[in-house]
Design a protein around this ligand. Structure first.
Ligand code: SIN
Ligand code: MN
Length: 265
């Protein structure tokens, strides 16, 4: 799947794309079922909320499930990424972030490169984050908030936050966020399940807690150019995979051919 010239212009201007309903309800159903099996596991790849103990993010999914093994090679994700990055890409991180109804916690203001650079020694902000919404995401159930154009302001100062949530993250301070939002505004990335979001490594974003009665699950695949690979192995493999093989693209109907269930460990 190729992005249009308009979509490429929008990505360059805003730093993100929202592509509604790219995956069908049947495909989303398959992904949700596979995610549910992953969330039931008790393992180091599953990070739990500080408050409720519910799984907040489940990582390394392409090594745990045949369905996610295919999704990370799906042409509707990988081809636009290759078009934007113009290089061979490896699979850096694969996860589902969940926000349970009523209790799902926030993600602080940040840009991903601050963590990729400071933890993993990634040299340049060239990675792309590709999301698939697994639930309908609306203004109430904890959508991502993007600051359009913030990627054009360069990498902002960032500091490691190990307290606000259970997941250590390099975050941007309030003054910087205020300045960036004064300049570019803020956009809520909502859409029906199956919608795809694409954003770059220095786009500033966050997401609020989920006080609504609707859960919110989002799949995330981070692809990074092989030439821009990590230089440091601070974090476990599931937070930054070490395999630098360029990701291969499967057929458009690849999900339908996947067997359900989990890989045995
Ligand atoms: C979220 O799942 O709300 C945040 C995801 C991200 O920061 O990439
Ligand atoms: Mn992020």
């Amino acid at each position: 799947m190729k992005l249009t010239a308009d979509q490429l212009d929008t990505f360059e201007r805003d730093g993100f794309l929202i592509l509604p309903s790219l995956f069908s309800p049947a495909e989303v159903e398959m992904l949700r079922d596979a995610a549910e099996a992953m969330f039931a596991e008790d393992c180091p790849q599953n990070f739990r909320e500080q408050g409720s103990g519910a799984v907040r993010t489940a990582m390394g999914l392409h090594l745990r499930s045949p369905v996610f093994e295919r999704l990370v090679r799906h042409p509707r994700l990988v081809e636009p990424a290759m078009q934007l990055a113009g290089d061979r890409l490896y699979i850096q991180q694969v996860k589902v972030n969940a926000k349970a109804a009523f209790t799902g916690e926030l993600w602080q203001w940040h840009y991903d490169f601050a963590t990729h650079h400071n933890e993993d020694g990634v040299p340049e902000p060239l990675a792309l984050n590709l999301h698939v919404l697994l639930d309908d995401v609306n203004e109430f159930n904890g959508p991502l908030w993007f600051v359009p154009g913030s990627h054009r302001c360069g990498a902002q100062p960032a500091a490691l936050d190990t307290e606000t949530t259970s997941y250590p993250l390099w975050c941007v301070d309030r003054e910087t966020v205020t300045r960036l939002i004064d300049a570019g505004g803020v956009v809520s990335a909502t859409g029906p399940a199956g919608t795809v979001l694409i954003f770059g490594d220095i786009l500033v974003h966050a997401s609020p807690p989920n006080l609504s009665p609707w859960q919110r699950r989002i799949f995330s695949l981070i692809l990074n150019p092989v030439s821009n690979a990590y230089r440091r192995e601070n974090r476990p493999d599931h937070q930054h995979h070490r395999d630098l093989s360029p990701v291969a693209v499967l057929d458009d109907d690849c999900l339908h051919e996947a067997s359900p269930g989990v890989f045995s460990s």
